[in-house]
Design a binder for this molecule. Structure first.
Ligand SMILES: NC(=O)C1=CN([C@@H]2O[C@H](COP(=O)(O)OP(=O)(O)OC[C@H]3O[C@@H](n4cnc5c(N)ncnc54)[C@H](OP(=O)(O)O)[C@@H]3O)[C@@H](O)[C@H]2O)C=CC1
Ligand SMILES: O=C(O)CCC(=O)C(=O)O
Length: 476
């Protein structure tokens, strides 16, 4: 039985859930407790109690803890990756890559502890000196989704602790295993009791209790647009600082002059790998008319050849969908797209494999237009709409015609178009001849428009969210 980590102790609960493997529903990954609202309160109280001392901890103390966590994750990346693949369904290489990324993130923020400083400026008034420093916020609530069960928690927990905050962490109810394994490593890293707390459980109970509690000073959330916007409204009433990473409807533009092999590879990786369950996935592929037919046919041919199967099978390229409701959502959007006039060139079906699981074949919706629901709403599965553009200017206009603005990409051999696209696309991230999904761990991550709210995550820019600035005036 896997328990919650609250105030430096493993705490049980009578509410227990079975964590199932989406590749094989007969495989129970483990049993995990769900916290009650009272247990969430205890965790918040412990974090609040621990904070004054932790906020004054030495950089060495924080470096040592984060560095130790990062080292252990890296040393155990294969085992953690296997657990991740088993509970979430991304393939083993993808999952091991994600575990390694989590380790590197802790190492990066260990370094940031030592690098973060303030500023000293002369005052405009005589005899005064001005110092600007960064201080921690207090208790940070961390609420994460199921699609990156170890990397997203890592890129929120590591900076929170690095900058001197205490943490109450609620992972997605669907995938408690990786979060628990991460918490178990953190529990042995030398952090004082209460500095880090794990409260597994449902968003409607655990998440809601965190949002309501005035002792949580800030909340960082990744997940759906609806939940994120509600959370923002509730948190704003309580004057909490909020950071949201929400959906995407990321465009990949393919121009007539693109290298065909590169463009096909970039499109397939961006749209379908990790089963398309990435907020950075290329769900709109916008292709210039000169190559539209040939590109789309070849895309469909290669997509149909992708091997869908058990996440732990070395031959598998596309793992299962995470759960039944996500699979229903994927099927629904394929149906909606066709009703709206798109042509399903391949995939889009529930399929069976040796074990009972949520298997779904990646779908290419051709002749899609940008006004279709399937081109506007986040599907969060391996479904790509392929949209025809008259020319580069039209492609750019289509790419920007969305309520989202997380990631974006262009495949072209033209420096002129690549440069113009980088400057004019309304997105937080832009890729030239590389997939829209799959990012580095040491640089900012985040979007514009409906995709994000608040400062960027990751890299040294993370300090904008996890610290508050103080200005001090001193007369000598
Ligand atoms: N941008 C992204 O990275 C992601 C986007 N999505 C999108 O969201 C859709 C639904 O996925 P889903 O996992 O349900 O996303 P949610 O937004 O519902 O879940 C994200 C996190 O928020 C928690 N939560 C749910 N309700 C509340 C609440 N009232 N207060 C506080 N926290 C809450 C969830 O808990 P619980 O575990 O109980 O659900 C989970 O930990 C997907 O189909 C996809 O479109 C999903 C995952 C990631
Ligand atoms: O593409 C990536 O590497 C990250 C994607 C992500 O963070 C997400 O889907 O939530």
């Amino acid at each position: 039985m896997h328990k919650n980590w609250i105030a430096g102790e493993w705490v049980g609960s009578s509410n227990v859930q079975k964590n199932l493997n989406p590749s094989n529903l007969n495989d129970v990954v483990g049993e995990y407790v769900r916290a009650s609202a009272e247990q969430v309160e205890t965790a918040i109280e412990a974090a609040q109690h621990a904070w004054p001392a932790w906020s004054l901890s030495t950089p060495q103390q924080r470096f040592d803890a984060l560095d130790a966590i990062g080292s252990e994750i890296l040393a155990r990346k294969n085992e953690l990756g296997e657990l991740l693949a088993r509970e979430e369904g991304k393939t083993l290489p993808e999952a091991i890559g994600e575990a390694a990324r989590a380790g590197q993130i802790f190492k990066f923020f260990a370094g940031e502890v030592l690098r973060t400083g303030g500023e000293s400026l002369p005052s405009v008034r005589p005899g005064l000196q001005v110092e600007i420093s960064r201080e921690p916020l207090g208790v940070v609530g961390i609420i994460t989704p199921w699609n990156f069960p170890v990397a997203i928690p890592a890129w929120k927990i590591a900076p929170a602790l690095a900058y001197g905050n205490c943490v109450v962490f609620k992972p997605a109810d669907l995938v408690p295993g990786s979060a628990w394994a991460l918490a178990e490593i953190i529990s042995r890293s030398g952090l004082p009791a209460g500095v880090f707390n794990l409260v597994m459980g449902r968003g409607s109970v655990v998440g809601a209790a965190m949002v309501e509690d005035p002792r949580i000073n800030a909340i960082t959330f990744t997940g759906s647009v609806g939940t994120g916007r509600n959370l923002l409204n509730q948190a704003a009433e309580r004057q909490k600082k909020v950071q949201l990473e929400l959906g995407g409807k990321n465009p990949l533009v393919v121009l007539n002059d693109a290298d065909m092999e590169t463009a096909l590879d970039v499109a397939i990786q961006g749209a379908f790998y990790s089963t398309g369950q990435r907020c950075t996935a290329s769900s709109r592929i916008i292709v210039e008319q000169g190559i539209y037919d040939s590109f789309t046919q070849e895309l469909a041919k290669r997509t149909a050849a992708l091997r869908v199967g058990d996440a732990l099978n070395p031959d598998t390229q596309i793992g299962p969908v995470a759960d039944e409701s996500q699979l229903e959502q994927d099927l629904d959007y394929v149906r909606v797209g066709q009703e709206e006039g798109a042509a399903l060139l391949c995939g889009g079906e529930r399929v069976e494999r040796d074990t009972p699981g949520y298997y779904f074949t990646p779908a290419v919706l051709a002749n899609a237009t940008n006004d279709m629901r399937s081109s506007r709403e986040e599907i969060f599965g391996p479904v790509a709409s392929v949209i025809k553009a008259d020319d580069y200017d039209h492609a750019l206009a289509l790419a920007n015609d969305t309520e989202f603005g997380l990631s974006s990409g262009i495949c072209t051999t033209s420096l002129k178009h690549a440069s113009h696209f980088k400057r004019h696309i309304q997105a937080g991230m832009v890729m030239v001849n590389v997939p829209t999904a799959g990012v580095d761990y040491h640089v900012p991550f985040g979007g514009r428009k409906g995709s994000s709210y608040g400062p960027r995550e990751q890299g040294r820019y993370a300090q904008e969210f996890f610290t508050i600035v103080k200005t001090a005036y001193t007369k000598a």
